[in-house]
Write a protein that binds this ligand. Structure first.
Ligand SMILES: NC(=O)c1ccc[n+]([C@@H]2O[C@H](COP(=O)([O-])OP(=O)(O)OC[C@H]3O[C@@H](n4cnc5c(N)ncnc54)[C@H](O)[C@@H]3O)[C@@H](O)[C@H]2O)c1
Length: 338
């Protein structure tokens, strides 16, 4: 059993503690709550002191997950919604987290999921546009590089798109980067934070190791192997699960951590900065109008998009590989809704 302060430090290891005495509390909806990510994510959100109400929706299994999670002795109330109750699940939601969709099997890329997941997120986004148009929306469903533009275009069609309130969750790449770097240097992961920019798949994942005191000492083959592991770490899990899916537990942790950052921003906490995939001006002139970089989160969602900063020669090469692929992924998402 975790105390609130323990949870807060679990969710925000690098940020100062924030008093919850004056805290607003928030209604959060999880769409896809019955799945491999959705279930542990719902459990972790039940333990977030900023969540007062948790709406769990899935096309199957959500009422059972909700009944189970609701017995955890934290203050928030939990409700489960069946396939035909999406609008009720979204009613009043201020934050919507979406892990709905199919995961990868061995040998698949995230882009191979496009055909199934594109229509799932489009339909969920249409419901959000109708019922909870002001909600902050956090997309976990892959391929994130395409699903985020799909949600943006769907909300745009409905006339309610607010680029400050749509986020692709790339936190697992950040979590992996810190863990893998710490594994090499022997430092604590808490002291090994790495800014990861770009997108969320393979070569579009660009860790900026040169910008961290622990990372810049990693050179040569060790550097190459570390970058490759951060970019393709998800494949290790897909292979080890041998057909049973992709990362769920570490993803739930990352999803809860990111949702907590969004909630702390909405709650007025200052200085909440984390990488996330948002509508971004940084590379828009190259046709890449969604991009993950450090973003300051606040009461309006995105408060400030930070530039990527100075890159090493290796990182410049990684960016050269990232941008054309990311552009294709974004265009594919947009074309699906056009
Ligand atoms: N962003 C990331 O870093 C990251 C990491 C891992 C996995 N993922 C992605 O997250 C998604 C979910 O993965 P998972 O392992 O939980 O899969 P899963 O199959 O275990 O769960 C998916 C859930 O979505 C539900 N679902 C399907 N269609 C739905 C709809 N229209 N509305 C509501 N719910 C619906 C299913 O019933 C199921 O319960 C996949 O697309 C996966 O690729 C993202």
């Amino acid at each position: 059993m975790f105390s609130h302060s323990a949870i807060r430090s679990l969710a925000a290891p690098s940020s100062r503690l924030f008093s919850s005495s004056s805290a607003r509390h928030f209604k959060v909806a999880v769409l896809g709550a019955g799945g491999g990510i959705g279930q542990p994510l719902s459990l972790l959100l039940k333990q977030d002191p900023l969540v007062t109400s948790l709406s769990l929706y899935d096309i199957r299994g959500a009422p059972g997950v909700a009944a189970d999670v609701s017995h955890v002795d934290t203050a928030s109330e939990v409700n489960g919604y069946t396939a035909d109750s999406l609008d009720a699940a979204l009613e009043g939601a201020e934050v919507v987290v979406i892990p709905a969709g199919v995961p990868r099997k061995p040998g698949m890329t995230r882009d191979d999921l496009f055909n199934t997941n594109a229509s799932i997120v489009r339909d969920l986004a249409a419901a959000i546009g109708r019922v909870a148009p002001k909600a902050s929306v956090c997309i976990i469903s892959n391929p994130v590089n395409s699903t985020v533009p799909i949600v943006a275009a769907t909300l745009e069609k409905a006339g309610v798109f607010d680029p400050k309130r749509l986020f692709g969750v790339t936190t697992l790449d950040v979590v992996r980067a810190a863990r893998f770097l710490a594994g090499i240097t022997g430092a604590s992961p808490a002291d090994s934070a790495v800014t990861v920019v770009g997108g969320h798949s393979g070569a579009t994942i660009v860790p900026l190791l040169s910008q961290t005191s622990k990372g810049k000492g990693v050179q040569g083959q060790t550097y190459e192997a570390l970058v490759n592991r951060i970019q393709f770490g998800g494949d290790e899990v897909v292979k080890a699960k041998d057909g049973a899916g992709s990362a769920t537990l570490s993803m739930a942790y990352a999803g809860a951590k990111f949702t907590n950052a969004v909630l702390r921003g909405l709650n007025g906490e200052k200085g909440v900065v984390t990488p996330t995939f948002v509508k971004s001006p940084l590379f828009a002139d190259q046709g890449v109008d969604f991009f993950s970089s450090n973003v300051e989160l606040g009461v309006n969602g995105v408060e400030k998009i930070h530039p990527i900063g100075e890159l090493s020669a290796e990182e410049q090469k990684l960016m050269e590989a990232c941008l054309p692929e990311l552009k294709k992924n974004i265009e594919k998402g947009k074309a699906f809704v056009a």
